[in-house]
Design a protein around this ligand. Sequence first.
Ligand SMILES: CC(C)(COP(=O)(O)OP(=O)(O)OC[C@H]1O[C@@H](n2cnc3c(N)ncnc32)[C@H](O)[C@@H]1OP(=O)(O)O)[C@@H](O)C(=O)NCCC(=O)NCCS
Length: 216
Amino acid sequence: MVSVRHLAASDVDAAVTLHLVVLDMEFLSRFGPSFMRTYYRAWTTTPGSMSFVALDDTGALIGVLLGATDPATHVRAMVREHGVALARAIVIAAATRPRLAKDLVVTRAGRYVRGVGRLLLARFRPTAGEPSADAPRIGEVTHVLVDPAAQGGGVGRTLIDAAIAFGREAGDDELVLVTPPDLAARHFYEALGWRSDGAMTSRSGEPFLRYRYSLR
Ligand SMILES: CC(C)(COP(=O)(O)OP(=O)(O)OC[C@H]1O[C@@H](n2cnc3c(N)ncnc32)[C@H](O)[C@@H]1OP(=O)(O)O)[C@@H](O)C(=O)NCCC(=O)NCCS
């Protein structure tokens, strides 16, 4: 029997351990456990985020979902409240991993710096870039991962159901996500009724497939 609840600070170590096993191919995972613990801790407190864990009947953590009901608010809060700790963890990780440092500079450094600059600017012009009141409210799922030993048993579905219910309650009209084309996860999202919305390339040059789920 699987149960789902919000991610708590006490879940962070187990969630990071699972993340680094299941999504070891992800760029984020290359920063290592210390950065990932800072990142997960940030997720437990930032406004606009949604974060769930799935537990088995012994209470062991067997799945995680991270996302945001209000991605813009969530990113701003991440930078404002945790930006310094995250930047410090990135610098420490890059200092001990030269290959990671090189890939970081080549694919992401300029974009990260520009993004933080835009967010700082927005503090002085608080209404700049805010969506109009009648724009659709779009939440997003950024990570879903299930312990390999528990995959295929409905845990992923339970986590997605929790995100759908939470997004609806928060007033979202739709949820979106992207997934790499080479991952079997796209079959999972299709089985759960997500609508394929074409391919895209991230600003860091990686290919992704887009999916949407209407909450109306
Ligand atoms: C993708 C993932 C989250 C799915 O979780 P799960 O607990 O294994 O999935 P569920 O058992 O809840 O499956 C729900 C439905 O999706 C289908 N499904 C799940 N994985 C599938 C796959 N690889 N191929 C085809 N269908 C799949 C199931 O058959 C099921 O459909 P059904 O109820 O109609 O039979 C999990 O396999 C995982 O962590 N994979 C590795 C990490 C990953 O790729 N994450 C997503 C990218 S960020």
